[in-house]
Design a protein around this ligand. Structure first.
Ligand code: XMP
Length: 517
């Protein structure tokens, strides 16, 4: 995305998993940041007119043949450069220093000794500050004009700089949260060394994104699948702001949504935002395909297949479409590919990043793909989406289908919808919703005996689960206050006729997953 009015820092991507994190840290300083491949030419950089450059880390080894090198003329642009890990090493090697592969790898936390307190980069950082190291190679000779500003017992050149040319390098990763004062270093580089103006915010993101979407789409039409979740909602509202009725949204009700979910999606996007919204209630298609199926993977596959059928059937009704909009976020693509086409390797593909049917030659429009979840939330607020949607817990694509353990039937889904609604309502009433990553209810394929008003009952068992997490990769069970559990349990047994027993799930991930299926 282009930005003409704001100062910018360019991040040269050497294939690091962390390039976007660097860009994000720069944005947190209030300065726009763009990631470009390391192959960018000095001339192109001059045209983009950034205030400074950051060389990312990367998986390659500087001494190895063919390892990535930036255009050497970049060093004559007169721009400040911060090299991180591989970025430090490649800069050192190209400016006359030397890098060796010692064979010894160093991972983990280290305390740095700041040996030169006049360093502009480290001036806000305390001595012994903890940093995150992850490298195999090391600089063993620094280039002329550089001096050492920080060391660790195992790494003599932890931070180096040539303050005259404004070239800085750190062996650790200031962009990751484990580096306690990493943010301060990036701030010093961006604001004090590069002297970038901190005038960029989510409002600027909106105007830049709107401009970029208009430029890309022209007078063509865009299709967006709305799920009711944060990402697709924010993407749709942003695109709608840019191109109005050239955007068509399709919302598929798979019959496995939460209580009142379909109504609120139709109300918000159809009525409030006045979007061109096509609604397909495909409950029967999904439920008939799921009849008799109990195996979790089989259920997921069927739900996925029916969704694709219904979605593309609806899409074909929308006429000429040139783009498919997706609310893909950076964490969705991080493990699938390197964002700028850099050399990082594919680790795994995410379940939300799917392929298109052969006959649909749509181009992808992914306006959120540089952003992290909390940035998307801030963007949603900026765009006027209600807090209830912006701060909504994650909800899986297959919906309550993977929470209705055993066979998925209309009756069981209705029961689960009620249980879930009560649980979430009690969490909200207790003011705990925002403290929890995700709260969910599952209906188990088990019945138990109970007694209600002198009568024996034989009904289904439900389980409640709430977890805390940073990124859903690992999770802890939430220590829910007993009184909240008690209120939820009492209400569920009294108000939901199909259930007479409530359990609370106290498993962490791993070994359990967040969802039961
Ligand atoms: P698990 O159960 O693997 O889930 O611990 C991790 C996170 O991913 C969500 N999830 C999904 N999200 N489509 C999605 O968009 C899916 O098919 C899907 N399956 C799981 C889950 O809710 C949790 O937040």
């Amino acid at each position: 995305m282009k930005t003409n009015e704001h100062d910018m820092i360019l991040v040269l991507d050497f294939g690091a998993q962390y390039s976007q994190l660097i860009a994000r840290r720069v944005r947190e300083c209030g300065v726009y940041s763009q990631i470009v491949p390391f192959t960018i030419k000095a001339d192109e950089i001059r045209k983009l007119n950034p205030k400074g450059l950051i060389f990312s880390g990367g998986p390659c080894s500087v001494p190895a043949e063919g390892s990535p090198r930036p255009d050497k003329d970049i060093f004559s642009l007169g721009l400040p450069i911060l090299g991180i890990c591989y970025g430090l090493q490649v800069m050192s090697q190209m400016l006359g220093g030397h890098v060796s592969s010692s064979g010894k790898k160093e991972y983990g936390l280290q305390n740095i000794d700041i040996i030169d307190s006049s360093s502009e980069l480290l001036k806000a950082v305390s001595d012994k500050s903890r940093v995150w190291m992850s490298h195999g190679d090391s600089v063993d000779k620094i280039p002329e004009g550089f001096r050492v500003t920080a060391t660790t017992p195992t790494c003599p050149f932890t931070a180096i700089e040539d303050s005259k040319r404004r070239f800085y390098g750190v062996q650790f990763h200031p962009e990751v949260v484990h580096s306690e004062e990493g943010e301060k270093m990036i701030q010093s580089f961006v604001l004090d060394i590069c002297k970038a103006n901190a005038d960029w915010n989510m409002g600027s993101f909106v105007s830049d994104a709107v401009e970029a979407i208009r430029e890309k789409v022209g007078n063509k039409r865009v299709l967006c699948g709305l799920s009711g979740g944060v990402d697709s909602s924010v993407a749709a509202v942003l695109i709608h702001k840019a191109i109005g009725d050239q955007l068509v949204c399709v919302f598929v009700n798979n019959g496995m949504l939460r209580k009142n979910e379909a109504e609120s999606v139709l109300d918000l996007f159809g009525k409030h935002f006045n979007m061109n919204l096509q609604y397909a209630d495909a409950t029967d298609d999904f439920l008939s395909a799921l009849k008799g199926v109990t195996e979790p993977e089989a259920k997921r596959k069927i739900i996925g297949r029916v969704f694709v059928d219904v979605f593309y059937k609806e899409a074909r009704k929308c006429g000429d479409i040139a783009f498919l909009a997706q609310g893909t976020l950076y964490p969705d693509v991080i493990e699938s590919r390197s964002p700028s086409g850099g050399p990082s390797s594919t680790i795994k593909s995410h379940h939300n990043v799917g392929g298109l049917p052969e006959d649909l030659k749509w181009e992808l429009l992914e306006p959120l793909k540089e952003l992290f979840k909390d940035e998307v939330r801030a963007l949603g607020k900026e765009l006027g989406l209600p807090d209830e949607l912006v701060y909504r817990h994650p909800f899986p694509g297959p919906g309550l289908g993977v929470r209705c353990i055993g066979e998925v039937t209309k009756e069981r889904l209705d029961t689960l919808r009620e249980v879930d609604a009560i649980f979430i309502e009690e969490i909200r009433k207790a003011g705990l919703y925002g403290k929890i990553w995700q709260a969910l209810a599952d209906l188990l394929p088990v019945r138990s005996v109970g007694v209600q008003g002198d009568e024996r009952t034989y009904r289904e068992v439900c389980t409640l689960r709430a977890v805390t997490s940073e990124d859903a990769m690992t999770a802890d069970w939430y220590h829910m206050p007993y009184d909240v559990l008690q209120r939820a349990s009492t209400r569920i047994c009294n108000e939901v006729s199909g259930v007479n027993r409530v359990l609370y799930d106290i498993s962490s991930k791993p070994p359990a997953t967040i969802e039961w299926e």
